[in-house]
Design a protein around this ligand. Structure first.
Ligand code: SF4
Length: 309
């Protein structure tokens, strides 16, 4: 469904209904590990990229339809959700439609801005990213918009967490040879100690990254992570469970999910075969979409993934 997808199985949130208020790849970062592909609309401008009323109408339908099978309603998707100017109004609308907790998955860049901090205060859970402990690594990993400065962003994280009553879980993406050395991890930990999040989530690029040279660290990283972070939540495992969809139009439904969330082939087979699609037929349809140059198959970490071309 336009602007809404899933519910999708989430490693951190259980069953999560995704609200996506942005056109594809609208972001103020160009992360080297992004699973969505290159940032095609690289901007730090906050505006209503798509009509608010259309998003609200789709949210209302999807929430009603899924009220018994979701754990969270999550703003996430094709880019950075805080770039949607009326994100606060959308959060309030969700709260009008449902009692389920509202989550915002954000890169956290705009937390330097008081207006964004106030908007995010409306959510129950905020999940920002922090992959670097200094400006140089930040620029190398996240390739931010030039108007975003590392120190101001970190101060924004600190200021937000001081007043936020909900859950603030910071996700760190660890990549081989990029930020997995003791020196780099200690610098990240230094910032984490200032921010004092409710939880640290450690992730590795389990889905195909935009830059092919980004790799998953070796298993020996675990002892270093234990030594430096002590207590953390490991989200370095594939999510399990089925994805939700809204019609019997396979092409439309599969594209709607993988636009925001590349899927392992086994997840696609699992999700659609239980809904009157035969597995061989699903594979044929995927190949058909590939021949139409809409999606592509990628072998990554010994698994087959399908993502948007
Ligand atoms: S990973 Fe998130 S923040 Fe980074 S470029 Fe992709 S959409 Fe933007």
């Amino acid at each position: 469904m336009k602007y809404v997808y899933g519910p999708v199985p989430s490693r951190r949130l259980g069953s999560s209904l995704g609200i996506d208020p942005l056109p594809s790849k609208t972001c103020n970062y160009q992360c080297i590990y992004c699973q969505l592909g290159r940032t095609t609309n690289f901007t730090n401008e906050r505006k209503n990229y798509v009509p608010k009323n259309e998003i609200i109408a789709k949210m209302k339908t999807a929430i009603k339809q899924n009220k018994n099978n979701i754990d969270y309603i999550t703003f996430v998707g094709s880019g950075e959700p805080t770039l949607y100017r009326d994100l606060g109004a959308l959060i309030l609308k969700v709260k009008e439609f449902s009692k389920k907790p509202v989550c915002v998955i954000t890169n956290g860049a705009l937390l330097y801005d008081l207006e964004i901090r106030n908007i995010l205060m409306l959510a129950d859970v905020v999940l920002p990213s922090l992959d670097a402990g200094d400006e140089k690594s930040f620029i190398r990993i996240n390739r931010p918009h030039p108007s975003i400065k590392f120190d101001a962003m970190i101060q924004g994280f600190i200021d937000f967490q001081k007043n936020f009553k909900g859950k603030f879980w910071i996700e760190i993406m660890i990549m081989k040879g990029i930020n997995d050395s003791k020196e780099k991890l200690l610098k990240i930990k230094e910032k984490i100690d200032l921010i004092r999040p409710d939880r640290i989530d450690i992730n590795v690029p389990i889905r195909p990254p935009v830059e092919e040279w980004v790799k998953i660290p070796g298993k020996n990283i675990i002892s270093l992570l234990n030594e430096i972070f002590g207590e953390y939540y490991d989200i370095n495992f594939p999510e399990i469970g089925k994805f939700g969809f809204y019609s019997s139009d396979f092409e439309k439904e599969v594209l709607s999910i993988i636009e925001r969330h590349p899927m392992r082939q086994e997840q696609i087979l699992d999700t659609f075969s239980s809904n009157n699609f035969n597995k061989d037929e699903i594979l044929l349809r995927l190949e058909n979409l590939e021949s139409k140059k809409k999606i592509k198959k990628i072998l990554y970490d010994h698994k087959i993934f399908w993502k948007l071309l």
